[in-house]
Every structure is written in C-alpha cells, then in structure tokens.
Design a protein around this ligand. Structure first.
Ligand code: EPZ
Length: 430
C-alpha cells in the first residue's frame, strides 16, 4: 500500500519587483494569546476583537476548548466562555506546537487550585526554560512537581499574594504571574516586570474584567487579588513586530507601501535605529505611515534588549536590511542564546555575515545584491526575514518550512500579493 507522504508547504518568490500599495497590520499574536488565556479566570464571556487568524491562535483555541471553554471565532472576533466541566490540563501534542501554552499554568492554578501542563520544549532560538514561571508560582504557595514531562501545580487552598522579584525580565512569566495574582489572596508585587505593550494590553483586559492592577508597563506591577472576575470585551493592539517587518520590506522594495494600523508609539526605539541608517517612517495620518530612505544606507550597531529597546523579534529582519548598508554593521543578540539560525540561510543567498557565537554578535558586510536560492525558515521571525530577502533578491527564492510563517503572520501571502509581489505556495514531499 502506498504510504501517504507528508507534504510540506513552500513559498516560491520572484525577487526584485518594486512593491506598492496598502497593507493593514493585524492584531498582535503575542497579545491575543495571553488575552485568550484570561478567559480561564471567569465563567462569564470574554469577547476579543482584532484577533489574528493564525496557527498559534487556533492552537490556543484548541487548548482552551480541551480545558472546558467554548469558543466562536469569526472575522477577528473571538468569543470565549468557560461553560463546560473544567479539565485543567493540556496535552503534549498542542503544547509541543506552541510554547505560549505555558500561559495557562498560572490561570488554572489560581482558579482551580490545580493544573497539569506539558513542559514546553525548547525551540530553534533557544532552550526557552520556564523556571522563572515555576519558581514564582511556588512563591505564591503552589506545590509544583515535574513528572514524566508534565508540570503539575497544586494549590488546594488557593494562591497567596507575595513579592515576586524576577531575576530577569520574562514576558510570558510576567503575564503568567499577573493572571495568577488576580485571584490570589492578598497583594502581589511583581518586580523587574516585563514592560512590553502586550503585557499592558493583557493588564487592560484583566482590569476590564474587575482585576485590581496598577503599574503595568513599568518595572513594578501591583495586583490586589479579588474573589471573582467578570465578563469583558477588548480589542487586541496591532502587532508591532509585523509592522516593523513591513517597514523594512518597504525600505528595501521601493518604499511605496502605505502601512495602515501602524502602532507608532510601540516602535520608538526601532524607528530611532532606522534613522541612524537613513530610513524614516513618515506619518500620512494618525494610523498610516510610509517609509522614506536615503539612497545610501549607513551601517550601524544594534543590540536586542527588552522593551522599550530594540526587539529581538525584529533582529532577523534588520539583518537583511543591514546587508545593504554602506559598511560593516553589527548585531548583538542579548535575549536568546541561538537566534542567528537565519545567518546560514542568508549566506546561501550571498550575504556576507560572520557570527561570533560565544558573544552572540553577527558582523554584516555590505553586498550589492542577494541571489535567489533554496532556503529554510528556521523560526517564526526568521521566516519573515527570509521572505524579505526573497523579495529583494535577484531571481527565484524557494523558502521551505513555511509553517513557521503561518504561526505569526496573518494572510501574509495575500498581503504581499496585494502589494505586487510574485509569490506562490506549492507543496513538496517531505
Ligand atoms: C515572549 O517569549 C514572546 N512570545 C517571544 O516572541 C519574544 O521573542 C520574547 O517574549 C522576548 O521578547 C510570546 O509573547 C508568546 P521571555 P517568552 O520569557 O515570554 C529566558 C515570537 O516570535 N527565560 O521574555 O518565552 C528566556 O530563555 C516569540 O512571537 C528563562 O531563563 O520570552 C530568554 O532568554 C518568539 N526562564 C529570556 O528569559 C524563564 O522561566 C526572555 O524570555 C523564562 C524565560
């Protein structure tokens, strides 16, 4: 019997075509995911608007359905209500696809005094431990065991508020503890909290649900526990990483793209870095921008750091841009230990990049052009960088493992085609 071969989705891109037209930035994946998890904290409906339709958001819906939450998702509007018997567990299959599933740990433990979550694995950008999440929940009184790959948390008498001082900033760690603290007894103070806009967006939803939270967006977040949370409606903020990706794409492909729903206030440091290179993001109205650039781009030194500094999720895309700067640029990756997987793929296209692995510094030398080649997408944001590279390269580029892109960029193909890109999907046997 002919065994069924697994088919892998690939992109085929014709490079060198100037792009022009309009693109709408979608809702932020990294805000939608924790906001969806907040529906665990109440038995009343939580209605989210501007939710991007992605593999990751659909994965999270499946995880929440298995926990006992009913959902309806249409045209970016996601209604969630916890109206079935609770099953405070997640299974391997779903967690393995998406690390952010760790976000249910805090909410389930706070609401039911019990959670069993499969330990998320590492991924191509790093080991991605969750020790900070676990240590913080233990400090709030949860008994945690790791057994056969599962994290089991027990808090039969509920969680208690305490001071959590994170040794390093963790985005989902801050979000996990903030959600757990909303139903804990007493006050929780999160020190060295992550300040990303997505953390603030989650806090805004929780406050609408009746949580008592202050300081979100600063280094210290204070949460006063309450007995119950209520129904709320909330619109997810635009995705600053998708927005930055299209700014870089516009700068490299003719600069005639109107970027709508552009969250300028979240991209201050990113835009400052672009100014150093000779690129400016020019507002057309209060939600739309275009990108202007000098003919000769200047080299620069970029360090990825926690918000509000240069985001690690735009590092790979920036690297493609710096290949065309007049001189030698450097990028230091401070957040993840292995986030240069796109370098060998770009070198296959003619990029001249050297990596000092020990210090996680990439040195990018100027090239005149990239050449189309067969390349791999290695992680979600690097896959966007490879699409940018393919669109500016000379000739045809085939990008394999496009699955990564589907995780975080809503309708990416139609958005690019609407700008004039020659891009098509094919399926090849694995
Ligand atoms: C969030 O991941 C984002 N994901 C990531 O986006 C983003 O790259 C990252 O923050 C940094 O901004 C979501 O929000 C769903 P961290 P997260 O905890 O929370 C270490 C994308 O492409 N750490 O802030 O997992 C960790 O290894 C993704 O959308 C521990 O050591 O990142 C890293 O070096 C990729 N122990 C650093 O802290 C822990 O318990 C920052 O990680 C937790 C984290």
């Amino acid at each position: 019997m002919q065994e069924t071969k697994e088919l892998k989705e690939i992109f085929i891109i014709e490079g060198g075509i100037p792009l022009e037209g309009k693109v709408q930035i979608s809702g932020a994946k990294n805000s939608a995911l924790p906001n969806m998890v907040a529906s665990i904290l109440t038995d009343e409906p939580v209605i989210l608007e501007n939710v991007p339709d992605l593999l990751d958001t659909r994965n999270m819906i499946e995880i929440l359905n298995k926990i006992g939450i009913s959902s309806h998702f249409e045209d970016g509007k996601l209604s969630l209500v916890f109206n079935k018997a609770p099953n405070p567990e997640t299974d391997y299959k779903l967690v393995q696809k998406m690390r952010a599933s760790i976000l249910v740990l805090g909410a389930l433990t706070a609401r039911f005094g019990y959670a069993k979550v499969y330990m998320p694995g590492g991924c191509s950008i790093g080991y991605r431990p969750v020790d900070l999440h676990i240590n913080a929940l233990e400090k709030m009184g949860a008994k945690i065991e790791i057994d056969h790959g599962y994290i089991t948390a027990k808090a039969p008498n509920g969680l208690k508020g305490t001071i959590i001082d994170f040794p390093k900033k963790t985005v989902t760690g801050t979000e996990n503890i903030m959600m757990a603290a909303t139903l804990a007894k007493g006050k929780t103070v999160i020190k060295n909290a992550a300040k990303e806009p997505e953390v603030v967006d989650l806090a805004n939803l929780l406050i609408k649900m009746g949580a008592k939270i202050s300081g979100a967006g600063t280094d210290t977040i204070i949460i006063e526990g309450v007995n119950k949370l209520q129904s709320a409606r909330h619109t997810i903020i635009p995705d600053r990483i998708e927005a930055g990706t299209f700014v870089i794409l516009s700068a490299l492909t003719g600069g005639r793209i109107y970027i709508e729903n552009y969250p300028k206030k979240y991209l201050t440091y990113f835009e400052k870095t672009l100014e150093e290179i000779g690129i400016s993001v020019v507002p057309v109205n209060n939600k739309t921008v275009i990108v202007r650039r000098e003919r000769d781009l200047k080299p620069t030194y970029v360090e990825t750091r926690e918000y509000p500094y240069f985001p690690t999720d735009l590092q790979a895309q920036m690297m493609v841009l710096l290949c065309f700067a007049n001189g030698v640029s450097k990028i230091k990756e401070n957040i993840f230990e292995n986030r240069f997987m796109h370098v060998p793929e770009l070198k296959r296209m003619g990029a001249k990049i050297d990596v000092d692995t020990k210090n996680q510094i990439a040195t990018i030398n100027k090239i005149d052009k990239l050449q189309g080649a067969i390349v791999k997408a290695t992680d979600l944001r690097a896959s966007a960088a490879m699409v940018i590279a393919g669109l500016v390269a000379e000739g045809t580029t085939v990008i394999e493992d496009i699955y990564h892109l589907r995780r975080g960029y809503e309708n990416i193909e139609s958005k690019l085609k609407n700008l004039g890109a020659k891009i098509k999907t094919e399926y090849k046997e694995n």
